[in-house]
Design a protein around this ligand. Structure first.
Ligand SMILES: Nc1ncnc2c1ncn2[C@@H]1O[C@H](COP(=O)(O)OP(=O)(O)OP(=O)(O)O)[C@@H](O)[C@H]1O
Ligand SMILES: [Mg+2]
Length: 482
């Protein structure tokens, strides 16, 4: 309803303005034009009259002359006329109350006919159409009221007003019809679209019975909606399928992992007994048959025992690695800064000779399993401590970076570093980028770290350069620690 009113009022306003502008300018133009034409006409008549009057003046027959002029006035737009002698004396006139003084006082006439506009005492505007001076010295005045000229224009004005009125009325009528039709179609369109908001509706609204642009529009909306519905359905199905596939793969992987862990556990467990045997009998040989062995024999036995210790450590690490994947995870809010400080203090206590500059960002908080995250930090900070052993001014840094989206924790050192070409090996068990005689270790630490980080739903990666330090970055699951 509001829309209809707006359309209607705008159309009416526009039509009225157009009619007034066109009609008005036409009327103004024609009135002016007519006036000029009338004046010219009267000038000519004044000349003819003067010519005719000249003869009457010569005969001095004022009566005949008046009669002649009265006949001229009849049925014409002339109001009055007057003949005036050159010395300004009235000769013959049709003015009932005498020739107006204004007429007699007019400026000296020229040879040419002219038009003079003046106002009488009642405020009416007259045109005095004067002939030029005749050879006999007479001047003829034709008094003409402006109304007489305007009377002709009046008819024209009425005609234009009537045409304008009719046009405006027709326009208004048209506006009403168009506005009604437009709003009706829009209403139908809105109804039809509303009925399609319910995507399950298959019923076609009545609009399809008619053939109109709106029906076409609704039809294309319907097909678009249908396409969208089908696309959404397809996406949903694909998602379901994908979810199922992920679930299947995950359970397969979980099963394989469990199997592998069980295998690693039993293997390492079973390896302990023969290892104990080797170590025990080597010791027995050293203790009970020392006299029968030369120095080289004893040295071999010592090497066997050292290798047993090393293998024992490897078995322990393997068992620890398989334990990491087995236990439940218990998330808590953990202050990582405090944890790193504590680890660094322990390292300092165990190795008083070292002086490492440890920089820790204060209050770095995370949701993590406190036991497992401690293992992560012990390994990362422990590595940094170890690989800065030969560095002039060792420095270890712990902090957090990343935008609001996800926090990235890091442990940085300025130690031995590593060649980025081998970065892919860092997190595999028993893979080491440094020699054991330079930096001790079994190469299991980072493999455990990666497992723990993955169990938290996070990621770990490293950057480094040889003799230029290393940085280890990790996240802890974006939803929890973002
Ligand atoms: N901060 C570091 N700077 C340079 N290299 C590093 C650093 N941390 C790890 N690495 C490289 O990655 C290898 C694997 O590290 P990982 O912690 O798994 O083993 P490890 O420290 O040698 O032994 P351990 O099992 O006792 O931790 C290291 O041997 C070393 O070559
Ligand atoms: Mg390590």
């Amino acid at each position: 309803m509001r829309l209809q009113k707006i359309v209607f009022l705008s159309m009416v306003l526009l039509l009225t303005l157009m009619t007034v502008a066109i009609g008005g300018s036409y009327v103004l133009f024609t009135i002016n034009n007519n006036r000029e034409q009338q004046k010219d006409l009267f000038k000519t008549r004044a000349m003819i009259l003067l010519d005719a009057a000249e003869r009457q003046v010569l005969w001095d027959d004022r009566l005949a002359m008046k009669q002649f002029l009265v006949n001229e006035v009849k049925g014409s737009d002339l109001v009055n006329f007057a003949f005036v002698t050159v010395d300004g004396m009235p000769y013959v006139s049709t003015f009932s109350k005498g020739i107006p003084v204004a007429l007699l006082q007019q400026p000296a006439v020229s040879e040419q006919p002219s038009v003079w506009e003046f106002q009488d005492t009642a405020g009416r505007v007259f045109y005095d159409i004067r002939s030029g001076k005749s050879p006999g010295g007479t001047v003829v005045h034709l008094g003409l009221k402006r109304r007489a000229i305007d009377r002709q224009n009046h008819n024209l004005f009425v005609a234009i007003a009537v045409i304008s009125l009719v046009t405006t009325a027709a326009g208004i009528l048209l506006a009403v019809v168009l506005a009604r039709r437009a709003t009706r179609e829009i209403g139908v369109l809105a109804d039809a679209l509303r009925s399609y908001q319910d995507l399950n509706s298959n019923e076609d609204p009545a609009i399809f019975a008619t053939s109109s642009d709106v029906a076409e529009l609704v039809q294309s909306f319907k097909s678009l909606t249908e396409q969208r519905r089908l696309a959404a359905e397809e996406i949903h199905n694909l998602n379901m399928e994908l979810e199922q596939r992920v679930k299947d793969r995950t359970s397969q992987l979980e099963a394989a992992n469990k199997e592998l862990d069980a295998f690693a556990y039993s293997v390492s467990h079973d390896l302990r007994a023969p290892l104990r045997g080797i170590d025990g009998f080597s010791l027995a040989l050293l203790e009970d048959y020392a006299d029968n062995l030369d120095t080289q024999g004893k040295d071999y036995l010592h090497r066997i025992r050292n290798a047993c210790v090393r293998m024992g450590r490897l078995i322990d690490d393997l068992l620890q690695l398989s334990r990491i994947t087995r236990g439940e995870i218990h998330l808590e809010t953990v202050n990582l800064s405090d944890m790193v400080r504590n680890i660094a203090e322990e390292l300092q206590r165990s190795d008083q000779s070292r002086g490492v500059d440890v920089q820790i960002s204060p209050s770095v908080i995370a949701d993590a399993d406190p036991v497992l995250i401690r293992t992560v930090l012990e390994n990362l900070v422990g590595n940094a401590w170890k690989f800065t052993r030969n560095t002039g001014r060792p420095r270890i840094e712990f902090g957090v970076t990343g935008d609001a989206g996800s926090k990235v924790y890091f442990v940085r050192d300025n130690g031995a570093g590593f060649n980025m070409a081998y970065v892919g090996r860092l997190f595999s068990a028993f893979q080491r980028l440094h020699k054991s005689d330079e930096f001790e270790g079994t190469g299991i630490g980072l493999a455990s770290v990666q497992r723990i980080i993955h169990r938290h739903g996070g990621r770990i990666w490293a950057e480094g350069a040889e003799r230029a330090g290393a940085t280890f970055y990790f996240t802890l699951g974006e939803e929890r620690n973002g």
